[in-house]
Design a protein around this ligand. Structure first.
Ligand SMILES: Nc1ncnc2c1ncn2[C@@H]1O[C@H](COP(=O)(O)OP(=O)(O)OP(=O)(O)O)[C@@H](O)[C@H]1O
Length: 330
């Protein structure tokens, strides 16, 4: 089962450039969370602060009882095993074949024998659809395969938390859909906590349980998917609906004059789509009946919400799934 990450009052600057200040949030254990924000708002820097690759100016990052910025080198090294990190380009060693890349953390961090390592690596390669590609070098495989190899490598130590920095960048929509399905399936299988940085609004709208937005040197909002996707907060509404109208400009935030010139009320949020289910149809513990959060908070969902492309309303589908007790929640 995954562990939670609790961030309190985090601030990071480089010289005079404040990246973000006073960021506080709890990334819930065993749930899938996604962090978005315009380019340069410090999403990658945030991930690096969580694993102790960068040190904040102030604040806390509590993971499994320790406060990451305050850990001594030896404890930090041990704590990092809690995390599997999937870097943007897979960060594979170019001179090692796919098998050896995936085996690397096991050889580096464990005393397991080669037979055991082979068993684990082949199992993870199968899981990410890379069976038979073990002999290939990173330069000989596609971008999507590199990401899947990176994910397999992130999985071999069975981490409690997976951090993924733009796993979908450079992937075509079909490969992105496969990768998202893989995240959901891994979460359903192992209860791994996920934090995914993405620019892909399609991914953000269907994959995570929780969403967050970084903007104006801070965390604008973080919370359940339904809360964010129904929000009328100008920046949140603009970003998660991929619109030009709103405070986020092309290069930086718009000034007052630009905003006044728009002179139109923000369009209402788009319908909230149904959430991606695990491929075996089970209901993940962190999933809720579609519309549950909205109902509990007296928010009317945007019209057309929770209806899939086949016209099925997932509020009824959900009830049917639960009623059939095919995959009851634990
Ligand atoms: N080691 C560093 N030293 C100095 N400045 C840095 C360092 N790392 C990042 N920055 C700066 O911090 C800011 C945020 O960078 P970061 O890569 O986290 O943004 P991002 O939100 O992930 O952007 P994108 O969406 O474009 O990937 C940038 O202005 C970047 O130049």
């Amino acid at each position: 089962m995954g562990v939670e990450i609790r961030v309190e009052g985090l601030r990071k600057s480089f010289g005079r450039q404040v990246i973000w200040d006073d960021v506080s949030l709890t990334i819930p254990a065993g749930e899938i969370s996604a962090l978005l924000g315009p380019s340069g708002t410090g999403k990658s820097v945030f991930l690096k602060n969580l694993v102790g690759l960068l040190r904040p100016d102030r604040g806390h990052v509590y993971v499994g009882g320790g406060d990451v910025p305050r850990l001594r080198e030896r404890d930090l090294y041990r704590m990092r095993r809690t995390f599997g990190v999937l870097f943007q380009d897979g960060a594979l060693f170019g001179s090692m074949n796919v098998f050896d890349n995936i085996a690397f953390p096991l050889r580096e961090h464990t005393k397991k024998g080669e037979a055991e390592i082979r068993r684990i690596v082949l199992e993870k390669m199968d899981m990410v659809g890379l069976s038979g590609s073990g002999d290939k070098l990173p330069g000989e495989i596609s971008g999507g395969m590199k990401k899947r190899a990176g994910l397999a490598r992130a999985l071999v130590l069975e981490p409690e938390i997976i951090l993924a920095d733009e796993p979908d960048s450079g992937l075509d929509p079909v490969r992105t859909a496969y990768l998202n399905q893989l995240f959901v399936d891994v979460n359903a299988e192992f209860g791994t906590t996920f934090l995914i940085v993405t620019h892909d609004i399609g991914t953000a709208r269907v994959l995570p349980d929780n969403l967050g937005l970084l903007f104006r040197r801070g965390l604008v909002m973080f919370g359940p998917r339904e809360m964010i996707l129904s929000s009328t907060h100008p920046a949140v509404n603009q970003f998660f609906n991929a619109r030009r109208e709103g405070p986020i400009g092309m290069a930086e935030e718009k000034d007052v004059a630009e905003l006044a010139a728009e002179n139109a009320p923000a369009p209402p949020p788009a319908p909230i789509p149904p959430q991606l289910m695990p491929s075996d149809g089970r209901i993940r513990p962190s999933m809720h009946r579609p519309g549950e959060w909205l109902a509990a908070h007296g928010v009317t969902p945007p019209p057309g919400s929770f209806v899939d492309e086949n016209g099925r309303d997932w509020r009824t589908e959900w009830d049917a799934l639960v009623a059939a007790r095919r995959h009851p929640r634990p």
